[in-house]
Design a binder for this molecule. Sequence first.
Ligand SMILES: Nc1nc2c(ncn2[C@@H]2O[C@H](COP(=O)(O)OP(=O)(O)O)[C@@H](O)[C@H]2O)c(=O)[nH]1
Ligand SMILES: [Mg+2]
Length: 458
Amino acid sequence: MYKEDTIAAIATPAGEGGVGIVRVSGPDAERIAAALFVRAEGKNGNLKSHMLHYGTIRDPKSDKILDQVLLTIMRRPRSYTGEDVVEVHCHGGVFVVHRILGLVLAQGVRHAEPGEFTKRAFLNGRLDLAQAEAVLDLIAARTEKGADLALSQIKGELSNWIGDLREQLLDILAQVEAAIDFPEEEIELLERPALVAKIDALRDKITIITGTYEWGRLFREGAKVCICGRPNVGKSSLFNALLGEERVIVTPIPGTTRDVIEESINLDGLPIVLWDTAGIRDTADQVEQIGVDLSREHLEKSEAAVVVLDGSASLTDEDIIFLSSTTKKMGLIAINKIDLEQRVDRDQLRQIVGDKKIVTVSATLGHGLQELRKSLRELILHTDMEPPFVLTNLRHKSALLCGEQALADAGLALEETQPPELVAVALQQARESLEEVVGVIQKDDVLELIFSKFCIGK
Ligand SMILES: Nc1nc2c(ncn2[C@@H]2O[C@H](COP(=O)(O)OP(=O)(O)O)[C@@H](O)[C@H]2O)c(=O)[nH]1
Ligand SMILES: [Mg+2]
């Protein structure tokens, strides 16, 4: 599958840092260490595996010492790649690290391609494909939750789940194939509904997990939420309250906010890009009109809207027109200023907004904020439950969707009392789709594509 040669690369990011690491993997790794590394204190003998050794890197041609380093050798198979791996931890200047890599390459070692170390880990069975891809996600993660999701996948939660599903599928397949091998035992009419039920149960499990794909994106990139409503209801006050700081100007004068202000908040791990917008109303003021147009644009672009109302006033025509124009938008209603005497007609409001969630808050006193945050999180994630894990990779999602479709085909074939051969073909297709996620099927071009997204040295 791959050339058993030795590869090397700088594993730390370009630029200056405290340490730079040159990583070498392959059958020659130990020979390279012996040729370039001189141990301190004149110790001789074999370098112990999985230990850090202190010494220097010496150019064998000129005998010149390049750097003081820590070197570790991890003998196969207990290494990241499953091959002999040597890592040289040197001082992190750009020049030093490159010189050491140069010395290694001069020993006849090939420079690694992006992701080649992880690809070897996969090919040597150290990681399955889903885990290898999670390494990429972990490197790219921007929030703690994003990193947690990737880490749980490296630990194999997705792989284990696929494994269980595959076992149950093989069970069903065995029953169907028995009917092919022993035609006299044609699948009994009674058995068919039981098989269909089992297949449906598998499909349901897949549906729940494919539904979390959108979560992965939300946790990585954040959800865009627009605070909107007519002027002076307390949008900016609510924005500040959610942020926990006086970020935007609040005044009793309608039309204070002109621009869209953007800040990030974190809803229990879910990153939110929060927009405070100008109050939406008809206006003759040219500058305010630009603000209103911007508000509408951002409302359009957002994933969810928080429509703010002033609880101390009756619904105005402006409120009603705006609420009616946003009935299709995913969002919730925040009745603000509950510290004042309330005048909003709840029945009228309910009629306009349908089953949208209504929460009551006081932005100035900080009341109801916790409930608002919780409701917003549930609204965006469509549930208040945490699924066993979250799908973060589009390739996994498409493979699972194919599997789901194949299971549907198998169920239908059973219901229509089609011959068992046809049912078996669909079930085999479902099995292949599941296996694609963890990489039992190894299509070379798919692998190239996946691993080329990695950085060099990983
Ligand atoms: N009593 C009370 N006043 C509030 C509350 N929230 C905002 N206000 C006041 O309402 C006015 C308009 O607030 P602002 O946040 O600028 O509204 P915006 O135009 O919707 O952004 C200001 O005078 C705020 O102090 C609240 O919860 N209670
Ligand atoms: Mg404002």
